[in-house]
Write a protein that binds this ligand. Structure first.
Ligand code: ADP
Ligand code: ZN
Length: 737
């Protein structure tokens, strides 16, 4: 990521009437000229401006160009009562836009995802400790006053305070007349409770202390730096990076922890609370509008010390960002695949480099990208080599499915069945892992042989028996399970083919009738809370067999679990995706890492039809460096990431011919790409060729690491006229290639 040439210094204040350039969130291709409002405005100020008949949100982006009819230039309506955007944020948005070839307004939308930003803060009643004392003291009243005193001056809503003290709201109200509790109106944005970085953490092992010191030293040295924190699951990575967070907070700077999976947040928040005495700000898609706005504003004022969130938290307006943790940095979900296509891990590094913060990438199974950056000396690396306490890594073995006698429509081999039985006898838990949601991946008509597909996508409808419906995993369309075949009309001839977790659970129930079975799959839980409860119950021993999709592969700690059976270790190796090996390797090691977390040793059994496959062998051997070296070499000779650069151009539209024509036009006119030595492949149907009724074709561009790819791409696609409902999206560093 290179600095754009010609960064100019801008005045940081514009007097009333001077020309300012305002970037709005509207899809326009340029920064618009306005006159600074009465009282002037700062560079970076959030403003409301007139656009046609509307008022829209914008940011003062610089000096106006003045190339517009001066008499038509309108004035900024008002400056919003929020902290101005900092220079580093403007630079970040600009570079991120340049890197991902995203129009700046779309980037600004990511940075203003707090609804109602333009509204003045609404008011609410809050309650805090006053000077007075009630004439009559009761237990309940005492609890209220103690709760307030314990929270040093903080204010609460009536409901919060009543809950905190364990009293009814009327008790709180009853304390108001005496002045013991003050009732006041306050803007909705309550500050976050203080996190205390000086509280002692857990006593670290020698290994952990070493890693923690490296991270702390980095923060003390100041400036940008990225460190890969590698350690097997259960080695204490979280403990270690919380030490880095403590250091950052002690410096009075803000920290951001990115997590890939909302379901994991609850456990993490509890750990933060145990470490720092209070909960951090929690930024995720499920947060209410009020909560989002509160976090956005508080982060901007530097009054939220720590934010835990999903990838979009990266675009919050931090005032003094000192540290970004990317936990499970290899996780696919960091790649945003709709709207603005960006990888939060890479954007975290970019943002940190601009504002002089440190980055910690934590993983048991780092991405090849990060591995290569360590090899190239761009990232530092610290490693935790053993699990905390007595826990040891599980043994791993394959079950050769070619040699197993499998009854029809069954997926648990006799060998795996016996292993599970043995664990059940010992009162331990077993997990069966299958990365397929639903009952069966395919529903086939036995009369005509057709599979039931989605009407809008190039995808099969997946039977979800528990929910009694067929579902498309691409667009989410559902319909009742039909009695007759949609193709030939034959009655009662539709049959499930292949296993999903629900079907596997059915088989397990038949094989182990005495066992308590819990199935974990995202669609079986109405809310993150329900899932969290299920996970806690399992951890406490409420199930003998856990059956799950990749939801269970991540981070959860099941102390009684000693056996992991992988139903189909070959699943990820099919297909032509060059990242398949990497992903299978990571997923298998993550899943296996679930076994034997406490004092009991674990074992992982992989059912496979190709035990000699190099990836399967590498997983078994646990020779990670060997695996990465081989994988790196393969990618290097293919000239693909992280050694070469790639970009996908995805064209979509309802008219297939039009989409292909546009693709062919691009492919024919590839002069801009050839000028930098890049090659273009395609157009070909995209990995999913039709989604929500739109046909999709993809062109893949491959270039040398050092080639100015973005610039050439921009020149290449600029002349293409997007007719009708045709759309074009650029995907830099695509996940599959
Ligand atoms: P990772 O993030 O590498 O999976 P965790 O930080 O979650 O590992 O640690 C695994 C478990 O071991 C957690 O329950 C954690 O609280 C515990 N643990 C790790 N290190 C220590 C320590 N030094 N003292 C006490 N408990 C620890
Ligand atoms: Zn669909």
């Amino acid at each position: 990521l290179k600095r754009k040439g010609g960064d100019v210094t801008l005045p940081d204040f514009y007097d009333e009437g001077t020309l300012v350039g305002v970037l709005t969130t509207q899809p326009l291709n340029r920064v618009l000229d306005y006159r600074a409002p009465e009282g002037g405005c700062h560079l970076g100020a959030f403003v409301e401006v007139p656009l046609g008949p509307r008022k829209v949100l914008g940011v003062v982006w610089g000096t106006g160009k003045g190339d517009f009819d001066a008499t038509k230039i309108r004035a900024v309506i008002r400056v919003l009562d929020v902290a101005a955007m900092r220079d580093e944020m403007r630079v970040f948005l600009q570079r991120a836009a340049d890197y991902t070839l995203t129009p700046l307004p779309a980037m600004l939308r990511l940075a203003t995802r707090a609804p109602g930003l333009a509204d003045p803060p609404s008011m609410r009643r809050i309650y805090r400790r006053g000077q007075g004392r009630p004439a009559r003291m009761t237990d309940a009243r005492d609890r209220v006053l103690t709760a307030l005193e314990d929270h040093g001056g903080l204010a609460f809503t009536l409901k919060e305070l009543a809950e905190l003290a364990g009293v009814t709201p009327s008790v709180v109200k009853g304390l108001v007349p005496s002045g013991a509790v003050r009732e006041e109106d306050s803007p909705r944005d309550l500050p976050f409770p203080h996190l205390d970085p000086t509280r002692p953490g857990k006593a670290l092992t020698e290994d952990q202390a070493g890693a923690s010191n490296v991270l702390r030293d980095g923060l003390r040295a100041g400036g940008y730096g990225t460190t890969l924190l590698k350690g097997v699951t259960g080695s204490g990575k979280t403990e270690v990076y919380l030490e880095a967070v403590a250091e950052c907070l002690a410096q009075g700077r803000q920290a951001l922890v990115l997590l890939p999976e909302i379901a994991l947040t609850a456990e993490f928040l509890t750990r933060v609370e145990a470490r720092f005495g209070a909960r951090p700000a929690e930024w995720h898609s499920g947060a209410t509008m009020t909560e989002r706005r509160r976090i956005w504003r508080m982060v901007g004022q530097g009054r939220a010390q720590l934010v835990v969130g999903a990838r979009s938290a990266l675009f919050l307006p931090f005032r003094e960002l000192g540290l970004i943790i990317v936990d499970e940095e290899h996780d696919n979900s960091y790649k945003q695949e709709e709207g603005v296509l960006y990888n939060a891990r890479d954007m975290a590094v970019l943002r940190a480099a601009i504002c002089g913060a440190r980055v910690v990438l934590a993983s048991a199974t780092p991405s090849l990208e990060s591995w290569a950056n360590v090899e190239a000396g761009k990232y530092a690396k610290v490693e935790l080599t053993s699990r905390f306490g007595e826990a040891v890594l599980p043994d791993m073995a394959t079950i050769d499915m070619r040699a197993e006698k499998m009854p029809a429509a069954s997926w648990i081999s006799p060998s795996l069945r016996d292993a599970v039985r043995a664990r059940l006898k010992l009162g331990e838990q077993a997990m069966l892992f299958l990365n397929r949601r639903g009952y069966a991946p395919v529903t086939l008509c036995r009369a005509c042989g057709q599979q039931v597909g989605c009407d809008h996508c190039d995808a099969r409808m997946v039977e979800h028996r528990f929910l009694k419906q067929l579902m498309c995993h691409q667009c989410g369309e559902t319909r009742p399970i039909p009695k007759t075949c949609p193709s030939c009309g034959a009655e009662d001839r539709l049959a499930p083919v292949g296993p999903g977790v629900e079907r596997l659970a059915e088989e397990a129930a038949a094989l182990f009738p005495e066992a308590r079975i819990a199935t974990l799959s995202s669609d079986l839980f109405g809310s993150a809370r329900a899932l969290k409860t299920a996970i806690e119950e399992i951890a406490a021993g409420a199930a003998d067999i856990v059956i799950g999709t990749q939801l269970v592969a991540k981070g959860h700690n099941f102390p009684l679990l000693t056996l992991v059976g992988v139903i189909d270790a070959d699943l990820g190796l099919q297909g032509s995706d060059l990242r398949a090996a990497e992903h299978t390797f990571q997923l298998m090691r993550q899943v296996a890492g679930r076994a034997g977390r406490a004092e009991r040793p674990g074992i992982a059994l992989l059912q496979t039809f190709q035990p000699e496959h190099p990836v399967i062998r590498a997983i078994l051997a646990g020779d990670e460096d060997g695996f990465w070296r081989a994988e790196a070499q393969a990618r290097q000779s293919a000239g693909v990431p992280p050694y070469g650069r790639m970009a996908g151009i995805i064209l979509s539209g309802t008219q297939m011919q039009q989409v292909f024509d546009a693709g062919n036009t691009l492919a024919r006119n590839d002069g801009a790409l050839r000028s930098i030595g890049a090659q273009v492949f395609g157009p070909a149907p995209a990995p999913i060729a039709r989604v929500r009724g739109r046909h999709r074709v993809r062109l893949l561009v491959k270039a040398d690491r050092r080639a100015p790819l973005q610039e050439a791409l921009a020149r290449w696609i600029a002349p293409l006229r997007l007719r009708g409902d045709l759309r074009l999206a650029v995907d830099i560093d695509p996940q599959s290639f």
